[in-house]
Design a protein around this ligand. Structure first.
Ligand code: FES
Length: 107
């Protein structure tokens, strides 16, 4: 297995309905995760990028959250429509997508 240059973690945390923190799963995290996997497959870039689901990344109210390592770049309010841009500009192009960055001081 090749060591990927970028590893994407997509929050897929679930919580019961009515939980005060909500959850990225409730906001559609599974659809975002599936879109990341679909884009990965489409680009056949398994040696450069890995995509994994994760538990809570912290700022639930800003979700759906996604973090990219080794860059330690976090994106918030990600939708499936943002995924292709994240691939092209950041994961393969090397430049984070500014408009989706989790705001400071949160991250
Ligand atoms: S549930 Fe996704 S960041 Fe907490």
């Amino acid at each position: 297995m090749a060591k990927p240059k970028k590893h994407v973690f997509v929050c897929s945390q679930q919580r019961s309905p009515g939980h005060p923190r909500g959850s990225c799963a409730h906001k559609g995290g599974a659809e975002v995760l599936q879109t990341f996997w679909a884009e990965l497959q489409k680009r056949n870039c398994y040696e450069q990028v890995a995509v994994t689901y994760s538990g809570c990344l912290g700022p639930c109210d800003l979700g759906i959250n996604v973090v990219v390592y080794p860059d330690a770049v976090m994106y918030s309010a990600v939708t499936k429509d943002d995924v292709a841009e994240i691939f092209d500009q950041h994961l393969l192009g090397g430049t984070p997508v500014e408009r989706l960055l989790t705001p400071e001081p949160v991250w």
